[in-house]
Design a protein around this ligand. Structure first.
Ligand SMILES: [Zn+2]
Length: 149
């Protein structure tokens, strides 16, 4: 028995978030700088041998539940997009050497969030609201799209 019909649902717009993880290595260093300059800028993260993180990502979509199926977006479809566009290419990779554009763009947590947005946004029909990436339990960034110079 339905307590209310979806069409009478009081919420106009909702946020739905899927959380997932991947593990990857990176070096935070700019190739045009000397090792000393990179160490000054990025600290231990500039170690050329790299180090790893267990990244936790939260992707938030905004929308209205479909009047027929009651969902903002098919969650199976969302999971498939996240696996194909982010988890499979990033998981257990050395980002600087194996994942474009991080051969040219320093893979800071900020730039990783931007790249995840860039990869998944075209597949989400305008519903993407935020990409949150935790590099450690104590540090995360939120990216809401738009140009970052
Ligand atoms: Zn790091």
């Amino acid at each position: 028995m339905y307590l209310f019909s979806v069409l009478e649902h009081p919420f106009k717009s909702m946020f739905i978030t899927r959380k997932f993880e991947f593990s990857a290595s990176h070096v935070c260093a700019r190739p045009e700088l000397s090792p000393e300059e990179n160490r000054r800028l990025y600290g231990e993260a500039a170690n050329p041998h790299g180090h790893g993180h267990n990244y936790v990502v939260e992707v938030t979509l905004r929308g209205e539940p479909d009047p027929v199926n009651g969902m903002v977006l098919d969650l199976k479809q969302l999971k498939d997009i996240l696996n194909r566009e982010v988890v499979e290419p990033f998981d257990h990779r050395f980002l600087n050497y194996e994942v474009a554009p991080f051969d040219k763009v320093v893979p800071t947590v900020e730039n990783i969030a931007i790249e995840i947005w860039r990869r998944i946004n075209p597949r989400l029909g305008g519903s993407l609201h935020a990409v949150r990436v935790y590099e450690t339990p104590d540090l995360y960034v939120d990216y809401f799209g738009g140009e970052v110079k």
